[in-house]
Design a binder for this molecule. Structure first.
Ligand SMILES: NC(=O)c1ccc[n+]([C@@H]2O[C@H](COP(=O)([O-])OP(=O)(O)OC[C@H]3O[C@@H](n4cnc5c(N)ncnc54)[C@H](O)[C@@H]3O)[C@@H](O)[C@H]2O)c1
Length: 338
């Protein structure tokens, strides 16, 4: 049984608590402590779950015997909080994105390496049925050569969303729509397309009162020769329109859409395969863009800590998306390709 503590009791913490509640029923994990500088938020979680509550991570880790720290704090704080976890010899599960600068993520990776602690990053959409089937098709070589990948994230975030918390839309703690809303899509583009050789982007803050971009277009060139494009905005009128990925290969075309990369919209390969029978049952219908993935993600991490599987979503894997996102931001700033 792994003991978890939780840093940050805001919106996404609910998905972590739900996953941990289910895992407690299964006898595999338990939430023992939570912390948030906003006392009412920590109180609410403590009341709901029966865990201990604190106002800081350090105070919590000093007195609670957890094995893993789940980090649900603002994005720019994730790497420093991973470092604190390592310092107290706890494994760290960081929400996405791994951070808002490559240097800070590198320091967090080094801290975990030095202490021998685990570093995992939340990419829950990788566990969606539709995405897992696509990944199997890719690994089976069904696409042949991949020519093009595209991801459009046409979502709606009104000004009130950004006004909910001061960290939203700031360069230091959040980044813009690419770093926040499209973090999962950037991850999919590199997980499916492979290593990225160069990145070019244009970004703009067209309508929201925030520091970072509310609209961005990013072009990718992959090492394998394929080209990619990511288009993101939080200005879609009047509600979320799409958030998917399309892969065009020599012998296959697939499009996964839905609100959270959860629905197979197109599946066409030159050569039939038994996995094609699974297409019909591989679409799910989550009520929110957060999807259903936190529970399978927690199971994956516990299996990795048990030594049953190799961890897929490590700090180094999370770094890959941060590198693409930060290269896009550098490209906008310096008008160059990186
Ligand atoms: N996986 C997903 O699909 C998904 C979805 C939404 C948000 N997120 C990520 O989760 C993170 C949090 O987002 P949110 O929407 O829950 O934000 P939020 O503002 O609702 O919650 C963040 C919480 O962290 C607390 N906090 C700030 N500094 C802290 C510290 N030093 N120690 C402990 N707590 C601290 C804040 O008081 C707040 O309660 C972000 O990085 C975001 O990108 C991921």
């Amino acid at each position: 049984m792994y003991l978890f503590s939780l840093a940050g009791c805001g919106r996404i913490s609910r998905n972590h608590i739900e996953a941990l509640t289910e895992l407690e029923r299964e006898g595999r994990a338990k939430l023992v402590a939570c912390c948030d500088p906003v006392a009412e938020r920590a109180d609410a979680v403590a009341q709901k779950t029966g865990c201990a509550r604190f106002s800081s991570i350090e105070a919590m880790l000093k007195s609670e015997p957890s094995d893993v720290l789940s980090i649900c704090t603002p994005s720019g704080l994730h790497p420093a909080h991973v470092e604190i976890a390592a310092q107290y010899r706890r494994h760290a599960l960081s929400e996405k994105p791994a951070g808002t600068s490559l240097d800070s993520v590198d320091r967090a990776i080094a801290a975990c390496d030095a202490r021998g602690t685990g570093y995992f990053v939340v990419k829950q959409n990788r566990f969606n049925k539709a995405i897992l089937l696509l990944r199997r098709a890719l690994e089976a070589g069904r696409f042949g050569q991949i020519y093009h990948l595209a991801s459009n994230v046409y979502w709606t975030r009104p000004q009130e969303y950004y006004d909910q918390a001061r960290w939203r839309g700031t360069w230091e703690f959040d980044g813009g729509c690419l770093s926040n809303q499209a973090a999962h899509h950037v991850d999919m583009m590199q997980w499916m397309g492979g290593a990225v050789e160069s990145v070019h982007a244009f970004g703009a803050t067209l309508a929201r009162r925030i520091e970072a971009e509310d609209t961005i277009v990013v072009n990718l060139k992959y090492r394998n020769g394929a080209l990619g494009s990511i288009n993101v905005t939080t200005l879609t009128y009047p509600k979320n329109l799409e958030g998917g990925i399309t892969i065009l290969g020599e012998r296959g075309t697939v499009r996964i859409g839905g609100v959270a990369l959860n629905r197979i919209e197109h599946w066409n390969f030159e050569t039939p395969h038994p996995m094609d029978d699974e297409v019909e049952n591989s679409s799910t219908d989550p009520s929110s863009v957060y999807g259903f993935g936190h529970l399978p993600l927690y199971r994956h991490i516990i299996d990795a800590l048990d030594g049953k599987i190799e961890a897929m979503l490590t700090g180094r894997e999370g770094r890959k998306s941060v590198e693409i996102i930060q290269s896009a931001y550098k490209s906008i700033k310096y008008k160059k390709t990186y």
